[in-house]
Design a protein around this ligand. Structure first.
Ligand SMILES: Cc1cc2nc3c(=O)[nH]c(=O)nc-3n(C[C@H](O)[C@H](O)[C@H](O)COP(=O)(O)OP(=O)(O)OC[C@H]3O[C@@H](n4cnc5c(N)ncnc54)[C@H](O)[C@@H]3O)c2cc1C
Length: 288
C-alpha cells in the first residue's frame, strides 16, 4: 500500500517549519521516517501536508554542555552510538541503542522522532526518563521546555502542540563514580522490548549515593521506580539491596497485550531490575 496524496514541504530553518505547521491544519513532520513512513503507507495517518525536517540546519548534533549533553532532535540514532561525549558521559545511551531496531533503521531514525512517536516500549524514552532529560520545543510563540516526566500524556501522546517542533534534548550528566546497566527482553533481537530496564548507580565509600531506575515497555510510558531509588540511597550496593528494589518493581502497574500478560510483565520487570542494578554496581565497583 502507498500513502494517500499529500503536499511535500522541505523547509531549511526550524522557524520556517514552525510557520508551515502553524499555516496548515493537517500537517505531519518527517524526521527519519522509520515510524512515520509505515504509518503513511498503511494509511494509519493521512495528512494533507508532510513537512520534511531533513534539510534544516542546527537541529542535529551532540554537544558537551558541561553538566549536560545537548542533543539536537534530528540527531540520528547511529550518531548517538558513535559519539565520544555520549560514550564518556552517558555510555548507557550508546549501549541501549544496540536494542533499537536494526542498522538500517538506526541510520535514519532520530532521537526526536523516537521521543515524539513515544512507543511505550521504545528505548530512548526509557533513557530520557532515567536521566530526567529536558526537552526543548519551538512553536509560534517561541521556545518552551518540558521535563521528560511531563512529556507522556497518554498512550503514544506526547505533550506537544500540533504547531510545535521538538528541537533538542538536554541530558544532565551524572558526576562521580557512576555505573550503568541496561537490560531488555524482546521476542527477537530488533523487536520492541516486552520490558526494558535502565539503571544508574553512583557509589561512594561503599554506599550508594544516588540511584535511578527506569522501566520501559511495562506500561504506556516509562516508569521511574522512585521508591526503590530512595531506598537504595545509603545502602551498600549488594544483592540484598537489589532484591528489595526488584520486589518494588513487582508491584508496578503493567499492561497486558496479545503477547504477554500483565503479571508476566511484573515478574519480568522485577528480574530485569535486579540484573540492571547488578550490572551498574559492577561497573561502579570497577572504577573504585
Ligand atoms: C523494523 C523496525 C524496527 C524498529 N525497532 C525499534 C525498537 O526496537 N525500538 C525503538 O525504540 N524503535 C524502533 N523502531 C522505530 C525507530 O526507532 C524510529 O526511528 C523512531 O520510532 C522514529 O524516529 P524517526 O526519526 O524515524 O521519526 P519519524 O518516523 O520521521 O517520525 C515519528 C513521529 O514523530 C514525529 N516527529 C518526528 N520528529 C519530530 C520533531 N522533531 N518534532 C515534532 N514531531 C516529530 C513525526 O511527525 C511522527 O509522528 C523500529 C522501526 C522499524 C522500521
Amino acid at each position: 500500500m502507498k500513502p494517500a496524496p499529500f503536499t511535500y514541504h522541505d523547509p531549511i530553518t526550524a522557524g520556517e517549519a514552525v510557520s508551515l505547521l502553524t499555516k496548515f491544519e493537517d500537517a505531519k513532520v518527517l524526521a527519519g521516517g522509520q515510524s512515520l513512513m509505515p504509518m503513511l503507507n498503511m494509511r494509519f495517518v493521512v495528512p494533507d501536508h508532510v513537512i520534511d525536517l531533513n534539510r534544516i540546519d542546527g537541529i542535529a548534533g551532540i554537544r558537551d554542555g558541561g553538566d549536560t549533553i545537548e542533543i539536537g532532535a534530528m540527531t540520528r540514532q547511529r550518531d548517538l552510538m558513535r559519539n565520544q561525549v555520549i560514550a564518556t558521559k552517558a555510555p548507557i545511551i550508546g549501549e541501549a541503542l544496540n536494542w533499537v531496531g536494526h542498522f538500517q533503521t538506526r541510520n535514519r531514525g532520530t532521537i526526536g522522532g523516537s521521543l515524539c512517536h513515544l512507543d511505550p516500549a521504545a528505548e530512548l524514552p526509557c533513557l530520557m526518563a532515567l536521566y530526567d532529560a529536558m526537552l526543548t520545543l519551538h512553536g509560534p510563540s517561541g521556545p518552551r521546555q518540558v521535563p521528560f516526566a511531563e512529556w507522556p500524556l497518554a498512550y503514544m501522546l506526547p505533550s506537544i502542540g500540533p504547531d510545535e517542533l521538538l528541537t533538542g534534548v538536554s541530558v544532565p550528566y551524572w558526576e562521580g563514580n557512576t555505573g550503568h546497566g541496561f537490560v531488555e527482553f524482546a521476542r527477537r533481537h530488533g523487536d520492541f522490548a516486552i520490558v526494558a530496564v535502565a539503571a544508574l548507580l553512583t557509589v561512594d565509600g561503599g554506599k550508594i549515593t544516588r540511584a535511578a531506575i527506569s522501566i520501559g515497555g511495562a506500561d504506556v510510558h516509562p516508569i521511574r521506580l522512585t521508591e526503590a531509588e530512595a531506598a537504595l540511597v545509603g545502602a551498600a550496593p549488594n544483592a540484598a539491596a537489589f532484591k528489595a528494589a526488584a520486589e518494588n518493581a513487582r508491584g508496578i502497574e503493567t499492561m497486558s497485550d496479545a503477547y504477554v500478560t500483565s503479571a508476566y510483565r511484573q515478574r519480568l520487570a522485577a528480574t530485569l531490575v535486579e540484573r540492571a542494578l547488578s550490572a551498574a554496581a559492577s561497573i561502579a565497583n570497577e572504577n573504585v
